[in-house]
Design a protein around this ligand. Structure first.
Ligand code: UDP
Length: 367
């Protein structure tokens, strides 16, 4: 029977640990340097009874039957469907930009003209990334594309990534495409919701198995004593940064409590053009919690700096991906059973469902 070490107790680590424990009946030690499980999806109920997502809003959504079936074994989800509004010229407008947004931000006659032109130029119910959407010949549609680019993407992306939308990987802004639809939801996935008992409990349930031991406040200190290692931390750290530090974006949150029922209309309100924060999260919306008080978090973005803050978002430009692969090549040379997975381990901007799917696929492929 092989001995397995999983480094990191977030979704990726918990899922791979569970599969090994349950399907191979092997022992798994899961370590995490933090004092809690669930990684950046960690949440807790505060004294007002409101579930707080410590590291920003987490909304579970997936089209994968496999992922949904797997995750549902460990907790129930509500039927929450995420909607986001952004403050555009002082008006609350739907994001992603859709036909409803048109009528929110423009005078009706202009909105109608743009709507007609859009319906001629695009198929209804399609999604167009902003950088594609900007390639318009018609002067009205060109005006619209520039409006959306400037009012929704330019300043938000500059705050979030430190560079303009043209300089970030196109896949990043394509996560929030212009949506030729009246669907106000942020995600269109078949399954979406918030775990009723929270993400930390969900991950705790995944890890709860007789073959799994979890040790918190524990740094990785080598493979000795283990046949296999599954590493969900950043690969440069594994190799003591010998080729340099892999860049990431970090975020931090300023929490505020208010003596009123609600602070804002939606769980998440984006502020592309005002203030230094990118968005405000108001947590009680997620599980429809009742309280006379409310808790919000203002989200700020900054560069990741070793020892100063945490990694949140890989920055997948050419140089960084090359650096990642330089490290990955070192793994092949090791001739040991070491696998990298997760947002940090794979250096990929995974959503929670993709992280779970990746762990399941890794298990199926190599074990
Ligand atoms: N974005 C933007 N304006 C918005 C919302 C998103 O410019 O109002 C861009 C920004 O570059 C952001 C990316 O789209 O980083 C992806 O947004 P998403 O909401 O998916 O980011 P996450 O919730 O993963 O931080």
């Amino acid at each position: 029977m092989k001995k397995n070490l999983v480094v990191g107790a977030g979704f990726s680590g918990a899922v791979i640990a569970r599969l090994i424990a349950e399907r191979l009946d092997e022992s798994v030690l899961v370590i995490d340097k933090k004092d809690h499980i669930a990684g950046n999806s960690y949440d807790y109920r505060d004294s007002n009874g409101i579930m707080i997502h410590k590291h920003g809003s987490h909304i579970f959504h997936t089209n994968s039957e496999k992922v949904w079936q797997f995750i549902r074994r460990f907790g129930d989800f509500n039927t929450y469907m995420h909607e986001v509004v952004g403050i555009i010229d002082g008006i609350e407008a739907q994001i992603p930009f859709n036909f409803n947004t048109l009528y929110q931000v423009f005078p009706e006659s202009l909105a109608r003209r743009l709507e007609e032109k859009l319906l001629k130029a695009f198929k209804y119910n399609t999604k167009v990334p902003i950088l594609e959407f900007q390639k318009q010949a018609d002067s009205d549609l060109k005006f619209l594309a520039e409006y959306v680019y400037e009012k929704i993407f330019l300043n938000y992306t500059t705050k979030q990534w430190g560079v303009s939308p043209k300089e970030v990987d196109g896949a990043v802004t394509a996560r929030v495409p212009v949506y030729l639809s009246k669907d106000n939801r942020y995600f269109q996935d078949k399954y979406q919701g918030i775990p009723i008992e929270g993400y930390a409990k969900l991950v705790e349930n995944i890890l709860s198995h007789k073959n799994i031991e979890v040790r918190l406040n524990t740094e990785y200190s080598g493979m000795e004593g283990f046949d296999r290692v599954f590493y969900t931390g950043s690969i440069d750290e594994f190799f003591d940064y010998k080729f340099g530090v892999l860049p990431y974006r970090s975020v931090y949150f300023k929490f505020e409590e208010y003596d009123r029922e609600f602070y804002q209309s939606h769980a998440c309100v984006n502020y592309p053009n005002n203030y230094d924060f990118t968005r405000i999260h108001e947590y009680k919306h997620y599980l429809n919690e009742r309280s006379d008080k409310t808790v919000i978090a203002k989200e700020y973005s900054e560069s990741f700096e070793l020892g100063k803050n945490e990694r949140y978002y890989p920055i997948s430009d050419k140089a960084n991906v090359e650096l990642y692969h330089k490290y990955l090549d070192e793994v092949k040379k090791m001739n040991k059973e070491v696998y990298f997975l997760g947002r940090l381990g794979d250096y990929k901007y995974y959503n929670m469902d993709s992280a779970i799917e990746r762990a399941i696929t890794l298990f199926e492929e190599v074990l």
